[in-house]
Design a protein around this ligand. Structure first.
Ligand code: VGL
Ligand code: ZN
Length: 215
């Protein structure tokens, strides 16, 4: 059984002071660093996604003549109109400065097509195109994923649901996730949805102790 740690979108724009800041987003960084240390110790590769939009991305309200935080439709799919965030090569798209990003073995970029949003680290929201993530994991014969990051109710949720549909066993490191919560219960509902789809909901302490027993 081979595992990987999958860190979702631990980028400045989702953290304090960022364009799409998630409440307590920064609190995930320390958890990520602890998970990275435990995984490196157990020889488990670390994979990270980055939301990586061109400046003309149509999920940005300003590019779709819409108001931020309202919803509409983009290319036939339901769409939340977001503030401009995670623009390629801008500081907001960079990993949080305290994240041990030197330990990342593979980075997957998503959201590069301006015409469609891409919450999952595996596919865009219409499943029209795949990122290189599934191929990379297959190459490494990885069957189990430990997933955490931002945001619980968007990119974490859709990455986990796609991972389960692709046949991966998924452990969600729940204390390493924070959500947007357009509705206050969104993150909790997302966690229940991931659990119902087959994800195991765990804390950092549980994951670290299970790694120590299977070194
Ligand atoms: C995300 C909204 C827009 C996320 C990305 O990383 O969860 N959310 N783009
Ligand atoms: Zn985005």
């Amino acid at each position: 059984m081979k595992r990987a740690l999958l860190l979702i979108d631990l980028q400045n724009d989702f953290c304090e002071g960022g364009a799409l800041a998630v409440a307590q987003g920064d609190a995930t960084i320390n958890i990520a660093n602890l998970a990275i240390a435990a995984c490196r110790h157990a020889n488990i590769p670390v994979v990270a996604s980055q939301d990586w939009h061109p400046a003309d991305h149509r999920s940005f309200a300003v590019n779709s003549a819409a108001e931020v935080w309202t919803t509409g439709e983009l290319d036939g799919l339901p769409q939340v109109w977001w503030p401009v965030h995670c623009v390629q090569h801008q500081p907001g798209a960079a990993f949080h400065p305290e994240l041990n990003s030197a330990a990342i073995d593979f980075t997957v970029y998503k959201g590069e097509d301006p015409a469609i949003d891409s919450y999952s680290a595996f596919f865009d929201n219409g499943k029209r195109a795949a990122t290189p993530l599934h191929d990379w994991l297959k190459q490494q014969q990885i069957s189990h994923l430990i997933v955490m990051g931002l945001a619980t109710d968007y990119c974490v949720k859709f990455s986990v649901l796609d991972a389960l549909a692709l046949g991966y066993q998924v452990m969600l490191l729940a204390d390493g996730c924070r959500g947007v919560n357009m509705q206050p219960e969104d993150s909790q509902q997302a966690i229940e949805q991931m659990q119902q789809a087959g994800a195991e909901i765990q804390t950092l302490a549980q994951v670290v102790s299970s790694l120590q027993f299977t070194l």
